[in-house]
Ligand binder design. Structure first.
Ligand code: FAD
Length: 482
């Protein structure tokens, strides 16, 4: 422990209950490595506050003693965002004990959830009052409200309901000096200047600790239909999506997969099988849901749109899930891609976005450019076509030494891909954030205006640089910017 950490421990020992302060190595160790196992940090001290008042006391004392804090929820960050620095200078502040749903108001369509509430528990609680929280992702069994807010998480329903930015109606947070910002009231109109709530959303723990959020709920699903479609190329997929959106407001998900991704799942994930008999270069997974059964049902919309698309030759083949079990089997293929591709071999992975209408062309041209520039590699994107966001993977040539390839080749591949993304007017982080993984690329590729503003905001709210150092925006060591 550093001298400052020892003083912090002394300062808080009389204020916090014993279970809120942890120094046991075995308890802390699992929190020091990220979900992907790519970043390994070290924190001699872990705080487990049980209330906003306790978070405030911890942050105020840490600020006074200049001890950096790393907020952590479910530790499922894809960019090393919740991993402490390796030098042991920081303490982890986990929200795991703050897991109460303070309020569920079905009529208002609002839930007030503490930061440590796990997404799947929020889903279950909302369903219990006939509502749902319309954001889901593969890590729903671990990811927390605080982490989802702080990464502005997306997922598979953004097409219809937007990212966390649109689903948060209010926030309670402890700012870097320990003051509590109480912004939980769900105000439809509020023009008191800069929007602190929106600053904290996507702030990756660098501007304070989110302690609770007011979240928007929507009516529960009354009818659902899921289809799997074989297509010639991403342009046909986008044309099909536009037809669906013109036909119905109920389009909830539209996920695109190349044949390589489907093949990887079928090879590596036991119990999966191809939804269509023939082979197709591209596949789309489409879901429509309705909250009431008074208008045309999702299954009827899907049948109508697909029949026309098949007749026009826009779609090569299609099948509609005949049961909930079959619908879940289709979704399992989609949700297993990351795991299956990991088993296939090393790959440089990029969570990127470009304007939606530009995405089909980008996917085809960027893949060809990568394969030409890195002989032996194969490249393709999969995911949220309708959001203009795909996970673009460049797989290493067969037989390479994975460790060497990741150390020497993958960064070159990533710079190449990121340059293509920027040239297409896109973003090098669509939904996973910057964390420590993309900090260098953000600096390299951002216009000065963006970086100046990011640093100024960070320095203004966190002048001593104690909140999640080394993530999202780098300040000069010891404090407030350059
Ligand atoms: P953590 O990983 O603990 O933290 C994430 C960041 O938020 C860190 O910077 C941390 O410091 C900060 N943070 C955490 N809690 C707080 C708090 N209370 N106050 C302030 N800062 C805080 N993301 C998507 O957007 N879409 C997806 O489809 C998606 N799928 C995923 C699938 C898998 C299998 C996995 C592992 C991750 C996926 N993610 C996805 C990544 C996503 O960012 C996280 O799952 C989730 O948003 C993070 O929640 P968490 O509680 O685990 O946060």
């Amino acid at each position: 422990m550093t001298p400052a950490q020892i003083r912090l421990l002394d300062a808080l020992a009389g204020t916090l209950p014993p279970r809120a302060i942890v120094t046991d190595r075995d308890a802390i160790a699992p929190l020091e490595t990220d979900w992907r196992g790519r970043w390994h940090g070290h924190a001699p001290l872990l705080f487990l506050p049980g209330s906003t008042a306790e978070v405030s006391a911890i942050v105020a004392a840490a600020a006074a003693l200049r001890v950096p804090l790393v907020p952590q929820g479910g530790n499922t960050s894809m960019v090393g965002g919740a991993t402490p620095p390796a030098d042991g200078s920081a303490a982890i502040l986990s929200t795991r004990r703050m897991n109460a749903i303070r309020r569920l108001d079905a009529d208002a369509g609002l839930a007030v959830a503490e930061a440590g509430v796990i997404l799947s528990d929020l889903h279950a609680a909302a369903l219990g009052v006939g509502r749902r929280f319309p954001l889901s992702l593969g890590a729903k069994g671990s990811a927390t409200v605080g982490g989802l807010v702080s990464t502005n998480a997306g997922g598979t329903q953004v097409l219809r309901f937007g990212t966390m930015r649109g689903l948060v109606a209010g926030i309670e947070a402890v700012l870097p000096d320990g003051q509590v910002h109480d912004g939980l009231a769900a105000l439809k109109k509020d023009n008191r200047g800069y929007d602190l709530t929106q600053l904290l959303i996507g702030g990756e723990g660098t501007l304070g600790v989110v302690t609770a959020a007011t979240l928007r709920l929507v009516p529960a699903v009354a009818a659902r239909a899921v289809a799997w479609v074989g297509l010639a190329d991403p342009a046909a997929a986008l044309a099909l999506l536009r037809r669906f959106q013109a036909a119905s407001e109920d389009v909830e998900s539209f996920e695109l997969l190349p044949a390589e991704s489907l093949g990887a799942v079928l090879r590596h994930i036991p119990g999966t099988r191809a939804p269509l008999a023939g082979e197709h270069p591209w596949h789309a997974l489409i879901e429509l849901t309705a909250a009431d059964t008074a208008r045309e049902l999702p299954a009827a919309v899907i049948e109508r749109v697909l029949a026309a698309a098949l007749a026009d030759g826009l779609v090569a083949d299609a099948t509609i899930a005949a049961s909930e079990a079959q619908a879940e089997a289709f979704w399992r293929i989609r949700e297993s891609i990351s795991e299956a591709e990991r088993a296939t071999g090393p790959a440089a992975q990029h969570d990127i976005s470009v304007p939606v209408e530009a995405m089909p062309r980008f996917m085809v041209e960027a893949a060809a450019a990568c394969e030409a520039r890195f002989p032996g590699s194969s490249a393709s994107g999969f995911g949220h076509l309708g959001d203009g966001n795909v996970h673009f993977h460049v797989r290493a040539p067969a037989g390479v030494d994975a460790r060497r390839w990741f150390a020497e080749e993958a960064p070159v591949v990533t710079s190449f891909v990121d340059d293509l993304v920027v040239a297409a007017g896109g973003s090098i982080s669509a939904e996973h954030g910057i964390g420590q993984m993309k900090l260098g690329e953000l600096e390299r590729l951002s216009a000065p205006a963006r970086m100046t503003a990011l640093r100024a905001i960070k320095a203004a709210l966190d002048p001593h640089g104690i909140m999640n150092p080394g993530k999202l925006v780098a300040l000069a060591p010891g404090g407030a910017g350059e």
